[in-house]
Ligand binder design. Structure first.
Ligand code: FE2
Length: 151
């Protein structure tokens, strides 16, 4: 799905889930949102739930035009957004992970590694230039979980 010329929606729809967070009725299901920003460098924004690994990786491949992503931006570590970090990094061994210091601590706990040789830690007001696009990171601790950033 095209958002702009350079930004593509690569998320997936979960039509089987009945309760969000185990308690809220979602009769139409829900979406796990993920985006690709295509520039001199390519950034992928968040991953998706563990049940949609192949569909999501296919969505990424379909928008890359044969290129490889440079960055995976991890804004939140709850598993419906973060479950495919390891799968992504295996598929794209040159990519780096961009996230908050707290999220990298959670990655170590979740996955047994914080990808020390591939991590870029960002904090309040930090920026990452892709080419024509510059991403600015804003921390949002305890808006939801303590590690949350918005971009
Ligand atoms: Fe969440």
């Amino acid at each position: 799905m095209v958002i702009t010329k350079d930004i593509k929606y690569i998320g997936v729809n979960d039509r089987k889930i009945d309760l969000f967070e185990g308690q809220y009725h979602v009769p139409n299901g829900m979406a796990y949102n993920s985006y690709a920003i295509l520039d001199d460098k390519i950034a992928i924004m968040d991953t998706v739930d563990a049940g949609f690994t192949h569909e999501w990786l296919d969505n990424i491949r379909d928008v890359l035009g044969g290129r490889s992503p440079d960055y995976l931006i991890v804004q939140h570590m709850e598993p419906d957004h973060s479950a495919n970090i390891v799968n992504f990094l295996k598929a794209y061994p040159e990519a780096q992970v961009v996230s908050s210091v707290k999220a990298f601590v959670m990655m170590k706990n979740f996955f047994g590694t914080d990808f020390a040789d591939r991590q870029i830690v960002v904090g309040e007001g930090d920026t990452l230039t892709l080419g024509r696009h510059t991403l600015t990171f804003v921390t949002a601790p305890m808006v939801h979980w303590p590690e949350v950033i918005v971009t």
